[in-house]
Structures are given as structure tokens and as C-alpha cells.
Design a binder for this molecule. Structure first.
Ligand code: HEM
Length: 261
């Protein structure tokens, strides 16, 4: 049986490339994701990490999962809460409902693994955390560059203050992956579940695609938007101080003026 770290990297190569090619990621790299859209993307991440970290905590005594259990170094929930408040204001918890279809599917996948075969949570841990420690670092730079963020604000999600050297940590994580002891069938299932986890992430990205198109607005829609903007500004989040051009589109979809195709 080949080593798990190598099999995961090889087995997810194609779907990783698909994720990199997502419209959302392309726009992210061009600095065309508005703070409002990013604020709602953080909500999706929060739903995923809440489910993931709850499941990992529940199985921390499982010998294989314990190898990859780094709650202090890796847990993202608290960091996400910081960024959520920054981008969405103090009332961000009101945005957790309704849970979107892609969020639901991702949470269901994590819960299914947790309830049926906890070793498959290795896949979910691998896809999110190694991703955050890799491509996530590039996303952080783009986010800061294009949004002119105040020093150290809004990027807590990408920061791992308790990890001294990210590359070294990733290598240690890969070594731990190779120490996982499962039968051949489970080994293959972990690789397959990782591919599925990438698809779940792509589906989350796709839920924002329609916000990335500029749609012409009618007079009535414009008036509703202005009212919504005024309401947004009343919140004390980061948005109150920003008025990027695509904010209009983001608010349009937030108030349901644009289809959620
Ligand atoms: C912005 C687009 C992305 C870029 C530019 C990117 C870039 C990279 C790079 C350069 C690596 C290699 C890092 C290393 O070995 O040290 C990597 C690894 C990885 N990325 Fe991405 N990535 C992107 C999106 C994603 C997404 C959306 C996910 C999943 C949600 C993801 C998950 C992973 C994982 C799990 C690895 C570890 C691969 C391994 O070594 O086994 N990436 N990424």
C-alpha cells in the first residue's frame, strides 16, 4: 500500500486544479471579490469549520485521528469569528441562516464520516487545513492587497500564530498522514473522500458565481438597494466604511434582488 500523503496529493491533483480554476478563485486573485461577498463566504467557511472541528473533537481519542489532531495550532473557528465580525459587523450570527445547499451538503458529508467511519475525517482535515496552509496564504496576500485592510485586520483566518514554520509543519503533517494505519479499502476511501471534499469546496465557491456578474438594475431595485445600503452602514462592521463598485451587486443578492442561479 502506497503512503497516504503521496496518494492524497496525487489522487486530488485534478480536482485541486478544478478548484484553482473556479470563477470565485479567479476573481479573488484579481481583487474582484467585494468585502460584502467575502463576508458571506466567511459564513460558509464558518459552517464548515464548526462541523469539522466538532467532529474532530468528538473523535480525538481515535488513534488515527489523534495523529492529525492539532486543535491549538490549526482550529479556525475562533479566527473566523474575528474575521466575521470585522467584515460583517457584530450581528454576523444573524447571517448563519438559512444554511445554503452547498453548506448543507458539506456539513452532511462531515457528519456522515463522523457517524459512520471517523477515519474518513482525515480527508476533510487534510483538504481544509493543508489547503489553508498552502494556497490560503496566497489568498490572504490578495485580500490585503486589494482591500487596503488595516494592519493585521480581516485575515485572522489565514494566520497560524502558533505554527513557527508553515512548510515544516506541513511536512510533519504529511509524515503523520503516513503513520495512519488503516486497511487498503479505508485508505482508498480516504483518497475518494478527499476528492469529494474538494468538490464540496467548489460547490461553495459556485454559490457566489452569480454575484460576480454585474446585472443592470431597474429604478425600483436601485431604491431598494439604497435602503439596504443605509441599513448595512448602520452596522459597525468594516462595510460601513467601504463603498466598492461591486458592493451594489453583493447587497443586491443579499436582499434577494438577483437570482441565485
Ligand atoms: C487559490 C487557489 C489555490 C492555489 C493557488 C493553491 C496552491 C497550492 C499550492 C502551491 C500547494 C502546494 C503547497 C506545498 O506543497 O507546500 C497547494 C497544496 C494544497 N492545496 Fe491548494 N491552492 C489553491 C486552492 C485550494 C483549495 C480551494 C483547496 C481546498 C479547499 C486546496 C487544498 C490544498 C491541499 C489539500 C494541498 C496539499 C497538497 C499536498 O501536499 O498533499 N487548495 N495548494
Amino acid at each position: 500500500m502506497a503512503l497516504l500523503a503521496a496518494d492524497l496529493k496525487e489522487g486530488t491533483k485534478t480536482v485541486h486544479a478544478d478548484a484553482e480554476r473556479s470563477k470565485f478563485i479567479k476573481y479573488f486573485f484579481k481583487g474582484e471579490i467585494s468585502p460584502a461577498t467575502y463576508g458571506r463566504f466567511l459564513i460558509s467557511l464558518y459552517q464548515v469549520y464548526t462541523a469539522l472541528e466538532k467532529a474532530l473533537d468528538a473523535h480525538k481519542d481515535n488513534e488515527n485521528l489523534a495523529l492529525l489532531y492539532f486543535p491549538v495550532e490549526l482550529s479556525r473557528k475562533a479566527a473566523l469569528e474575528e474575521d466575521l465580525e470585522f467584515f460583517n459587523g457584530p450581528e454576523w450570527r444573524d447571517m448563519l441562516n438559512p444554511v445554503s445547499p452547498a453548506q448543507k451538503a458539506y456539513i452532511a458529508a462531515i457528519e456522515r464520516c463522523s457517524n459512520t467511519k471517523p477515519e474518513l475525517l482525515i480527508a476533510h482535515s487534510y483538504v481544509r487545513y493543508l489547503g489553508d496552509l498552502s494556497g490560503g496564504q496566497m489568498l490572504s496576500k490578495k485580500l490585503q492587497k486589494y482591500n487596503d485592510l488595516p494592519e493585521g485586520k480581516g485575515v485572522a483566518f489565514y494566520e497560524f500564530p502558533l505554527i513557527e514554520d508553515l512548510d515544516d509543519f506541513k511536512n510533519q503533517y504529511r509524515k503523520r498522514l503516513n503513520q495512519v494505519e488503516v486497511d487498503e479499502e479505508t485508505h482508498q476511501q480516504i483518497v475518494e473522500e478527499s476528492c469529494q471534499a474538494f468538490v464540496r469546496n467548489i460547490d461553495i465557491f459556485q454559490e457566489f458565481d452569480h454575484e460576480l456578474e454585474g446585472l443592470p438594475l431597474t429604478k425600483k431595485e436601485k431604491e431598494a438597494l439604497e435602503a439596504a445600503q443605509a441599513e448595512q452602514a448602520a452596522h459597525s462592521g468594516f462595510l460601513a466604511n467601504l463603498a466598492p463598485s461591486n458592493l451594489i451587486n453583493s447587497i443586491a443578492s443579499a436582499v434577494g434582488l438577483k437570482s441565485s442561479a
